[in-house]
Each structure stands twice: as structure tokens, then as C-alpha cells.
Design a binder for this molecule. Structure first.
Ligand code: FE
Ligand code: FE
Ligand code: ZN
Length: 283
């Protein structure tokens, strides 16, 4: 069974996202926990959450992926910026308890001149401050393209962060196809080798979700500009090999391509067809 969906606007609440997902043939989705540039989160409406949970149960939707604001920097050098990141993540994780058992994805951060080692150490400390044993959410470090001083474009950097987290059974990785390709992992011509490297450095059991995106830029460009599936340097065939790879079976695949809802519906139709036509994939 393929778990596939796309990024959706959270402005209408949880039930609206669940219905939008179902309307385009998706059984997962991603949403920003608050304005992607930060700021206060809207209060959760318990009736909306309850209606969503029953709709999701009836329609086989989940797990879903919450995405932290991308301005949040969990390894900021400036104390006020670091405190903001930690308070925001702690608040997001508390809110996630209303939809337990799901995923919370964040960009590890930018070390802004402090160096990768200090960056990974601060990100681990951030996770040590915000994770609580009673929480029911798996927190995902997203693989990054390595633009600027981004931490997390090498699997070793993600492993260093995870090693420093006490409750690291709650921590996983989300592999973004655009980001890893831009970072210099050749998922087009050497997918097996990339997955073997992931397994030896992080362990494939840490991989909890995949962001499916094509890339506007060439291999190892360290840029991070998403493209529609088949419109970029990765291409539909390589995306299909990722979607149907036995090592990635059962993971939620989430599109973050530049699309409106009907564009996402089209991509989901195409990807489901690729999956269903692959004789090795279970239905
Ligand atoms: Fe992201
Ligand atoms: Fe992503
Ligand atoms: Zn991106």
C-alpha cells in the first residue's frame, strides 16, 4: 500500500486538510505548524481536531507530517534566535499531542559561521530541551541541500546530531529528494549506493518519510529549488525508482513541488500508476 500526499495549506484547519487530501487521492499530507516565516500559531479548535481524527480514521489518512517554520534555527549563535527556536519547537510538540502518533519535520539549522561541529552540538541540545518522554511524536531531521551554512546536507552530520540526543528513539530522518540530489547524493544514477550509505551512517530504520521533489538545479548544486516531477534534473524515471524501491516501502511520500491542488492531484495519479504498474510493489 502506497502512502502518498502533498504539502497543503493549514489555513482551513485539520478537517479541511484531510478532505483536501482525500479529494486528490492522497492518504497523507504535510502542513506548516504556523506561518512558515515564524510567528504565533493559531489556537487549535478541539472540534476540528476531533472531526479530523474521525475522518482520517475512516479514510485511512496518516501518518501526517507537520513542518516547523523554516526560519527556525535550532543552532543559532544568537541567544535570542536560539531561544525562539526552542520555544517554538516545544510549543509545536505540545500542540502535536492533539494528533498523537504523527511526524514533526524540521530543517536542522544553519551554523552561521560557528562551524558544523558546533552546529550539530547545538541542534542536539535543542532536541534535548524540547523532547519529553511523554510525547507521542517522532521528530524528523530533514536532509538539506547545503546552501549557505546549512547543517544536515551530509548523513554524517545528521548522525552526529542523533548521537547527541538522549531521547533519540523519538528522532528520525526525512529524506528530501531535491535536497539530497543538490547536496551531491546521486539518487538518479546511484540510488542503491546512496541508500547503502544512508543505512551504514544512520540506519535505514531512522528513515521515516520522503519528500518527493524534482530539482530546478543540477546535481550537487547546493541550491534547493524544487521543481514539478519530471520538470527538473532528477526526472520521472528516477522518482519512480525511489517510490518503488524495496528499502523505502511503506514510508509516507510527500510532494512539495510547485503546484496547486489540481497539479498535485495529477502528480499523485502519475505516481500511483508507476507504483501499481511495478510488479514488485504490493498493493
Ligand atoms: Fe522542508
Ligand atoms: Fe523538503
Ligand atoms: Zn527545499
Amino acid at each position: 500500500m502506497l502512502t502518498i500526499g502533498c504539502h497543503l495549506s493549514s489555513s482551513g484547519g485539520f478537517l479541511a486538510m484531510g478532505k483536501a487530501a482525500a479529494s486528490i487521492g492522497a492518504n497523507t499530507f504535510q502542513f506548516f505548524t504556523r506561518n512558515p516565516r515564524g510567528g504565533a500559531a493559531r489556537a487549535l479548535n478541539p472540534d476540528d481536531v476531533a472531526a479530523f481524527l474521525s475522518f482520517a480514521g475512516e479514510n485511512g489518512i496518516g501518518p501526517i507530517i507537520a513542518h516547523a517554520p523554516y526560519t527556525l534555527n535550532a543552532c543559532a549563535g544568537k541567544p535570542s534566535v536560539l531561544t525562539f527556536a526552542r520555544e517554538t519547537m516545544a510549543d509545536d510538540l505540545l500542540r502535536m499531542e492533539s494528533v498523537p502518533g504523527n511526524l514533526y519535520n524540521f530543517h536542522p539549522g544553519s551554523h552561521v559561521g560557528q562551524g558544523i561541529a558546533r552546529g550539530t552540538e547545538l541542534i542536539a541540545e535543542t532536541l534535548n530541551e524540547v523532547l519529553r518522554p511523554e510525547f507521542h511524536t517522532t521528530v524528523l531531521l530533514e536532509t538539506m541541500a547545503g546552501k549557505g551554512s546549512e547543517v544536515g546536507s551530509r548523513f554524517e552530520e545528521l548522525a552526529a546530531i542523533i548521537d547527541g540526543v538522549r531521547l533519540n528513539d523519538r528522532v528520525g530522518v526525512c529524506l528530501d529528494t531535491c535536497h539530497v540530489y543538490d547536496a551531491g547524493y546521486d539518487i538518479v544514477d546511484r540510488l542503491d549506493e546512496v541508500l547503502e550509505a544512508f543505512d551504514s551512517v544512520l540506519g535505514l530504520d531512522r528513515l521515516k518519510a520522503v519528500h518527493l521533489n524534482d530539482s530546478k538545479n543540477p546535481f550537487a548544486s547546493h541550491r534547493d529549488r524544487h521543481e514539478v516531477i519530471g520538470g527538473g534534473s532528477i526526472g520521472t524515471a528516477a522518482v519512480g525508482r525511489i517510490l518503488t524501491h524495496p528499502a523505502l516501502r511503506g514510508l509516507p511520500f510527500c510532494l512539495e513541488t510547485p503546484n496547486d491542488l489540481s497539479g498535485y492531484a495529477e502528480e499523485i495519479r502519475l505516481l500511483k500508476k508507476i507504483y501499481e504498474e511495478d510488479p514488485s510493489c504490493p498493493n
